[in-house]
Design a protein around this ligand. Structure first.
Ligand SMILES: [Zn+2]
Length: 114
């Protein structure tokens, strides 16, 4: 009997992100996906989302192969203005298309209020 995880095919996540995503999902029982936000400095922001598109974990910021996030992020906390890419990584089994679309709109369609 093999217990190894089957490989997760993912449209977008990079290797470092993938490990972080799995750790976040493991720590977030309510999470059905993880919002991934890439910043222009190379840091990432991530947070699990639940089936209603509500946060299911706190926001985690990290930088690949670094002890901490960059000075810019420490200053502005990863400002919306510097977002280069964002998507939701869905845990398997993925939710229905309509659910995904609604959550994506809610989570990623959010505009900065300032
Ligand atoms: Zn940064």
């Amino acid at each position: 009997m093999t217990t190894h995880k089957k490989p997760v095919v993912n449209r977008n996540a990079e290797v470092g992100e993938q490990a972080m995503i799995e750790a976040i999902l493991e720590g977030s029982p309510e999470g059905i996906g993880v919002a991934v936000i890439r910043l222009d400095c190379g840091c990432r922001k991530m947070a699990a989302v639940d089936k209603d598109g509500e946060p299911a974990s706190k926001i985690i910021m990290y930088r690949d192969q670094a002890e901490s996030i960059c000075p810019q992020c420490q200053k502005d906390n990863g400002d919306f203005m510097r977002v280069t890419e964002q998507f939701i990584y869905w845990a398997t089994p993925e939710p229905a298309m309509t659910t995904k679309a609604a959550i994506e709109a809610k989570v990623l369609g959010m505009q900065p209020s300032a």
